[in-house]
Design a binder for this molecule. Structure first.
Ligand code: PLP
Length: 375
């Protein structure tokens, strides 16, 4: 099996597994209990919090752990609207992009159903936001601008620092979904809220975090025992927090090495694929561990079925299997046929050049076989 689906999830790092092990069974105390064992678990969680905050690298804020990035994004959006209802009722508008993850788009649509004023901006054919368009849209009713750093489907990088400063100039806040950027790139300064997820950085599934600039905290989302400074109730899992912390520390330490490795892999994949493929999205403003490509006339679903020993994706893992063409590829202007002939190869820290080249050669051979069949 060759694993090329790093945007869907990443293999757990051995260092993470080792760090989590004692907290799985042996150290089982509730981290919110005052016993010696409880305090030990709490201390381990606080170390992990600092490790995640360091990897995020933004000033003047802190992290609250959540069950996933999906939860962090729901909380950021719904809690910000909730808080503004009491404090700034004149601001009720959310601006986001057509290429955002479903956790953002669907939460925004839910909020629109509750009375929020929602604007979903289109992107250019290269996947980038037109900043002049944003400038025209921002007004004194805008509460929040939600834009992701690295797109999970096409790898395109949005200009987060510029977007944040434009949002601030109009008195709005900025939320950044940095799930695909954490540990891979430096997160630009500027956002007020940042959502991240452990399983995209070689950590465990079932834990994410919301980084909040001091003063920009959304209203509490989960009510109960008052954990996470009363903002997100629920007993924290020491094993998941410690795993997230270890993954964040490792990502921080290895960021440059991983980045160089990914660049070498990208070049090797491009060479092995050869001509006949078009890259979806900007080639200049992108994360190179995401190769979303199309080849005229091929049926990507059939390619996936023909190559069962290679794990790759049709589009986003969330949309795959739904039968619907990817909303991101459609937003880039691809027609139905082009979207259906697109595949996403995702690689990173543990991908070897040999495996990647081998997979690309198999993909090319299967695509050529299809072309002969349909000719
Ligand atoms: N945002 C982006 C860009 C993602 O790629 C994902 C996961 O696919 C999410 C949000 C949701 O993350 P989680 O799996 O932690 O809910």
């Amino acid at each position: 099996m060759i694993y090329l689906d790093y945007q869907a999830t990443t293999p757990v790092a051995p260092e993470v597994e080792k760090a989590m092990a004692p907290w799985v069974a042996e150290k089982f105390a509730n981290p919110h209990s005052p016993s010696k064992w409880g305090r030990e678990a709490e201390a381990a969680i606080e170390v992990a919090r600092k490790q995640v905050e360091r990897a995020i690298g933004l000033n003047s804020g802190s992290v609250a752990f959540t069950g996933s990035a999906t939860e962090a994004l729901n909380w950021a959006l719904k809690g910000t609207v909730e808080r503004a209802r009491g404090e700034r009722p004149e601001r009720n508008r959310i601006i986001t992009l057509a290429t955002e993850h479903a956790a953002v788009i669907d939460s925004c649509e839910w909020l629109a159903g509750q009375g929020a004023d929602l604007t979903v901006l289109p992107v250019r054919p290269d996947g980038l936001l037109d900043l002049d368009l944003l400038e025209r849209e921002l007004d004194d009713r805008t509460l929040l601008v939600a834009v992701m750093l690295v797109n999970n489907e096409v790898g395109v990088l949005q200009p987060i620092a510029e977007i944040a400063s434009m949002a601030h100039a109009s008195g709005a806040l900025m939320l950044c979904d940095a799930v695909q950027g954490l540990g891979r790139l430096t997160i630009p300064q500027g956002p007020d809220l940042v959502a991240v997820s452990a399983h995209k950085i070689h950590g465990p599934k079932g834990i994410g975090a919301l980084w909040m600039r001091k003063g920009a905290e959304p209203a509490p989302f989960m009510h109960g025992g008052g954990q996470e400074r009363g903002m997100r109730s629920g007993t924290l899992s020491p094993q998941l927090c410690v795993g997230f912390g270890a993954a964040a520390k490792l990502a921080d330490e290895r960021c440059d090495r991983d980045y160089d490795h990914v660049h070498r892999l990208w070049a090797a994949a491009a060479q092995a694929l050869g001509p006949g493929w078009t890259i979806n999205g900007s080639t200049a403003h992108r994360y190179h561990g995401n190769l979303n490509i199309r080849r005229d006339g091929i049926d990507a679903a059939r390619l996936l079925a023909d190559l069962r020993e290679i794990a790759f994706s049709l589009g986003s893992a969330c949309a795959s299997g739904s039968g619907r063409p990817s909303h991101v590829l459609r937003a880039l202007g691809l027609d139905y046929r082009e979207a259906r002939s697109s595949i996403r190869l995702g690689f990173g820290r543990y991908t070897t050049q040999k495996d990647l080249v081998d997979a690309c050669e198999q993909i090319v051979a299967a695509a050529r076989a299809q072309e002969r069949l349909f000719a």
